[in-house]
Design a protein around this ligand. Structure first.
Ligand code: PLP
Length: 386
């Protein structure tokens, strides 16, 4: 299954690769492979909804890390006093976590480092691709590449790959050709209209047809009591039981896929490579803005997935961009410990994450020219509470 795609990623990463139907599926089986129910996982509070739920589904206790004011990723220098049995990075918008420090910390403690490289398909640190540092790195093909869905887990040993393959087969759902085709057509349409005048009507149409995930603000409704009852009394609930939460924005995240999906993903990976220069140009141009997050200046040579601007009225800015046909996704507000209190071990210093989550405007560097007239006029967010 998906041998050509795995070979393509193996040649880029220099690691054993296994295809999975989505990044979230891959993270779940990686956590099942390297951690035991009841253990504590250090993670960022600023990430996609489904990440929290797949961690809970694996029976783990999310230990919410302090985040860096500069990057919105885990503040590696501030976690040494915390108790945890594994670490999961985010590499938010493609900006790398402090992976060298975190890898050292994990090696010292003899615990796994799982890299969520969903946003970091083209990011390197010291010449090594993000996702090739940790015990496992998990990529998403629907972000930079814009494939319909799909992901890849990168690991060091063939034995780990074989073990993960068994887990994959255990958790995969059956294939529905019509659902797969519909997903592919949706991705083709999304890629065709992105950044054009058709993006806004297409977004409204999807809203009107109920195709966009229902949200309370930016997060999916928590439905806390139902969630708690599904988590109660079992060491780990697994993906199926938490399906209504884990499937946010991707209801086929567990579905077996066929050759057409592989061909489209390979094609989109090639497109992402041809867009590399344009992406870099966008990153450098956006870095000129006074609102660009400070850490962007450290990564002007990286084709980031999104460039985070820290602006005073983020929601107003996103609305102005939408009127122009630029739909801002990947806003993760509020942080997980505010979103799901009681289900996480809260961060000792939640203020920075709150400030980041409220003010960050992720901008696609490929759309910089179109967005520029609005972006150039946005006032900066005030300094965060420390
Ligand atoms: C940081 C992050 N990780 C993981 C995912 C999940 O990726 P996938 O849709 O391939 O499961 C997302 C999705 O938006 C994400 O933003």
């Amino acid at each position: 299954m998906f041998a050509r795609l795995e070979a393509e990623l193996r040649s880029r990463l220099g690691r054993e690769c296994l295809y999975v139907p989505s990044n979230r599926f891959g993270l779940f089986i990686a956590l099942r492979r390297w951690m035991k129910p009841g253990q504590r996982l250090l993670m960022s509070p600023i990430s996609a909804d489904e990440i929290l739920f797949l961690v809970l589904a694996a029976g783990l206790r999310p230990v919410i890390a302090p985040v860096s004011t500069r990057s919105g990723n885990i503040d590696a220098a501030a976690v040494t006093d915390l108790r945890f049995d594994g670490v999961m990075t985010t590499n938010l918008f493609g900006l790398p976590d402090d992976v060298v420090a975190l890898a050292d910390l994990c090696a010292e403690r003899g615990i796994p480092l799982i890299e969520d490289a969903a946003h970091a398909l083209q990011t390197t640190v010291g010449g090594v691709p993000v996702g090739a540092y940790g015990t496992a790195g998990v990529f998403s093909l629907s972000k930079h590449a814009g494939a319909a869905q799909g992901g890849v887990i990168a690991v060091t040993s063939p034995d780990d790959r074989a073990f993960l393959e068994e887990l994959r087969e255990r958790w995969l759902g059956r294939r529905y050709a019509a659902a797969e085709l519909a997903g592919l057509l949706k991705a083709v349409a999304r890629n065709a209209v992105a950044g054009t005048g058709l993006a806004r009507p297409a977004w409204w149409l999807a809203e009107a047809l109920g195709l966009n995930e229902r949200r309370d603000g930016f997060r999916i409704p928590l439905r806390r009591n139902v969630l708690a009852s599904r988590l109660a009394g079992v060491p780990y609930s697994g993906m199926v039981v938490l399906d209504p939460w884990i499937r946010a924005d991707n209801h086929n995240y567990r579905m077996r896929q066929g050759g057409l999906s592989e061909r489209y993903a390979l094609r989109r990976l090639r497109v992402a490579e041809t867009q590399r220069k344009q992406r870099l140009r966008g990153v450098r141009r956006l870095a000129e803005l006074k609102t660009a997050a400070p850490v962007v200046h450290d990564h002007l040579d990286q084709p980031l997935f999104r460039v985070p601007l820290l602006v005073r009225d983020r929601d107003g800015a996103a609305e102005r961009l939408r009127r122009l046909g630029i739909i801002t996704g990947h806003i993760y507000d509020p942080p997980f410990d505010d979103y799901a209190p009681g289900l996480t071990e809260p961060s000792p210093t939640p203020e920075v994450a709150r400030w980041w989550a409220r003010h960050v405007l992720p901008v696609d560097p490929l759309l910089v020219d179109r967005a520029w007239p609005i972006l150039a006029s946005l006032p900066s967010a005030l300094e965060p509470v420390r």
